[in-house]
Design a protein around this ligand. Structure first.
Ligand SMILES: *Cc1c(COP(=O)(O)O)cnc(C)c1O
Length: 388
C-alpha cells in the first residue's frame, strides 16, 4: 500500500462503510438488523463490529475512528461524545482504587477538576508536576503504584510543551497525552512511544465550531479496555458529530497551515506592540521552549497567548474593543476567538492563584481563525492602540 503524507491521508481515510458515496456517509440508525442468530452472536460478542447497537459502535463513528487511527499511526481509536468523555473514560477505565497518577499542573480546567475532585472519591491519588521539566515526571513516579502519567502539550494557556521523547520513555506507568492544541498533522505523540493520545475533536479536528467530539488512540490492547468501559460509561459519539469530524479532517492540513501562517504573522506584530508585555507562541524564537517546538511540532498551529502590560483592565478593554475577533470559549475553528481568563473562566481566582495556573491578570488567549491576516492585524491594532 502506498504511504501518503498526512495531509493526503486526512482527505482519503475513513471510507470503509461508504459504498460508492464520495463524501462520508451519515448512518443515523441506533440499531441494526442481524441476518440470523449466528450473525447476531458475532455482533454481540465483538464490540468492534459497527452494525450491532449504537452505544457499542456505528459505521459513521467507526469510519471517523479509522481515519484518526491512520493519522496517529495507531492500531485503534475510540470516539466519544466530547473531549472530556475521552479523558474521563481513559482515567476511570484504566485506573483503580489505590492507583497513583502523575499529571502536569497546567491542564485544561475540567481535566484538572477530574483529577482534583473525582479521582480522590475513587481512591486514586494524583501528584501534579511541572510538565516542562522531564526530570519532575520521572521523580514523581512511584514504582508499582503509578498507573498513569497524564500530559497536555501544547498546554493551556501559555503553550508550554512537554518533551515527548522523554515523556514517552518513562518506564512503568502508561503515558497519555492530550494533544488537542496540535492535531495529528502537526504532532504525533505515539511516534515517541507515548501509549495513548487524546483529542478534543471539538476543536481543530472537526474544526468548524459545530460539533462536540472526542477521540483516543493507541494500541489494540489498551483500546479494548477503553472500549469495554466506554460502552458502560455511555459518552458515545453521535454519528452526526463523527460525520462533522470526517468533514473537518478533509481540510485539516490547509486549515492548520493557514492558521500557523496567520498566527506567526500576528505573534510577530503583537511582540512589537508597546501595549504587550510578552507573547507566547511556539513558533517565536522568544518562546522558552522554541527548540523543542521546532523538533516535535510539524506545524506551530493557531494558538497564541499574550500578557498585556496594563493587566486586568487592559485585558477587559481589548476583548471589548476588537470587532473582527470574537469573545468565545473554544479554539481551532475558522473564526478568530479571544478569551480573557482573569475576567471570565478564572474570575474567582486571587492573583496568586491565577499565577499558579500560569495566568496573569492581563493574559489573553487567541485562537487564530481563517480570516485574512491583514484584517486581523488591523483589528488587533485598533483595539490595542485604544487601550488606556
Ligand atoms: C476543549 C478541551 C478539552 C475538552 O474537550 P470537550 O470536547 O470540550 O469536552 C480537553 N482538553 C483540551 C486541551 C481542550 O482544549
Amino acid at each position: 500500500m502506498t504511504e501518503y503524507q498526512p495531509d493526503t491521508t486526512a482527505i482519503r481515510a475513513g471510507r470503509v462503510y461508504n459504498d460508492t458515496a464520495l463524501a462520508p456517509v451519515l448512518w443515523a440508525s441506533s440499531t441494526f438488523v442481524a441476518g440470523g442468530v449466528e450473525e447476531a452472536h458475532r455482533y454481540a460478542t465483538d464490540i468492534t463490529m459497527p452494525k450491532f447497537y449504537g452505544r457499542h459502535s456505528n459505521p459513521t463513528v467507526a469510519d471517523f475512528q479509522h481515519a484518526i487511527a491512520e493519522l496517529e499511526g495507531a492500531e485503534a481509536s475510540r470516539a466519544f461524545s466530547s473531549g472530556m468523555g475521552a479523558v474521563s473514560a481513559v482515567i476511570l477505565g484504566l485506573c483503580s482504587s489505590g492507583d497513583h497518577i502523575v499529571a502536569q499542573s497546567q491542564l485544561y480546567s475540567h481535566t484538572q477538576l477530574l483529577f482534583q475532585a473525582v479521582c480522590p472519591r475513587f481512591g486514586i491519588d494524583v501528584t501534579f508536576v511541572d510538565g516542562t521539566d522531564p526530570d519532575a515526571w520521572e521523580a514523581a513516579v512511584i514504582p508499582g503504584k503509578t498507573a498513569l502519567c497524564f500530559a497536555e502539550t501544547p498546554a493551556n494557556p501559555k503553550l508550554a510543551l512537554v518533551d515527548l521523547e522523554r515523556f514517552g520513555a518513562i518506564k512503568g506507568p502508561m503515558t497519555v497525552v492530550d494533544g488537542t492544541f496540535a492535531p495529528p498533522i502537526a504532532q504525533r505523540p505515539l511516534e515517541y512511544g507515548v501509549d495513548l493520545v487524546i483529542h478534543s475533536a471539538t476543536k481543530g479536528i472537526a474544526g468548524h465550531n459545530d460539533a462536540i467530539l472526542g477521540v483516543v488512540s493507541g494500541s489494540e490492547e489498551l483500546l479494548a479496555w477503553i472500549r469495554g468501559f466506554a460502552i458502560l460509561h455511555g459518552a458515545v459519539a453521535s454519528p452526526f458529530d463523527a460525520l462533522n469530524g470526517l468533514r473537518g479532517l478533509r481540510t485539516l492540513g490547509v486549515r492548520l497551515r493557514q492558521q500557523t501562517e496567520t498566527a506567526t504573522h500576528l505573534a510577530q506584530a503583537l511582540e512589537a506592540h508597546p501595549a504587550i508585555e510578552q507573547v507566547f507562541y511556539p513558533g517565536l524564537p522568544s518562546h522558552p521552549q522554541y527548540e523543542l517546538a521546532q523538533r516535535q511540532l510539524d506545524l506551530d498551529c493557531g494558538l497564541i497567548s499574550f500578557d498585556l502590560a496594563g493587566g486586568r483592565d487592559a485585558g477587559r478593554q481589548l476583548v471589548d474593543r476588537v470587532e473582527l475577533a470574537q469573545l468565545a470559549t473554544s479554539l481551532g475553528g475558522p473564526e478568530t476567538l479571544l478569551t480573557h481568563p482573569a475576567s471570565t473562566t478564572h474570575v474567582g481566582l486571587l492573583p496568586k492563584e491565577l499565577e499558579a495556573a500560569g495566568i496573569s491578570e492581563g493574559t489573553v488567549r487567541m485562537s487564530c481563525g481563517l480570516e485574512h491576516a491583514d484584517d486581523l492585524e488591523t483589528d488587533l491594532r485598533q483595539a490595542l492602540d485604544s487601550i488606556g
